[in-house]
Write a protein that binds this ligand. Structure first.
Ligand code: C2G
Length: 132
């Protein structure tokens, strides 16, 4: 049986930290499914519109070699549903979420990977606006 990995994220202003977590998530199994946060979820979670729209973010993530399937994550509360829908064996998230998804340990393995240091969408936006 192939081992399915699932991960979630906004992946706005796509950068190398995003790429690395996706590559390392894919290395945990045979098939990688990625839930990309909807624009509405992002607005409610972060209080601002993402720089790139959900369809642009999905287009970018779908084009990555390690990614097999992409869907829209409509709500943070639907994680268990998505894990079951995609028959995921492993849930992978960066360790900024450490401990937050341990409750899904009854349906899949839960792995937190160390974040890539010193890069974030917020820092990039600040850097770009400071030089503009
Ligand atoms: N990430 C990373 N290193 C960075 C920045 C991000 O490893 N320097 C990882 C995060 O830990 C996460 C993924 O990249 O696993 C996506 O990050 P975000 O787009 O910031 O995702 P977030 O807004 O945290 O959305 O249901 C969960 C949410 O959808 C997660």
């Amino acid at each position: 049986m192939p081992r399915t990995v699932i991960t979630f994220g906004t992946f706005d202003v796509f950068h190398v930290g995003h790429l690395r977590v996706i590559e390392r998530a894919a290395a945990q199994g045979d098939r990688l499914v990625v839930g990309v946060s909807s624009d509405a979820l992002n607005l409610s979670k972060k209080g601002r519109e993402p720089v790139f729209s959900q369809s642009e973010r999905i287009e970018i993530v779908s084009a990555l070699k390690p990614v097999d399937e992409v869907f829209v994550e409509e709500s943070l509360e639907l994680k268990r549903h998505y894990i079951e829908q995609y028959a995921a064996d492993v849930l992978v998230m960066g360790d900024d979420w450490a401990g937050r998804f341990d409750e899904f340990g009854d349906v899949c393995e839960v792995v937190y990977l160390p974040r890539t240091p010193a890069i974030s969408t917020t820092a990039l936006i600040e850097k770009i606006s400071a030089t503009g």
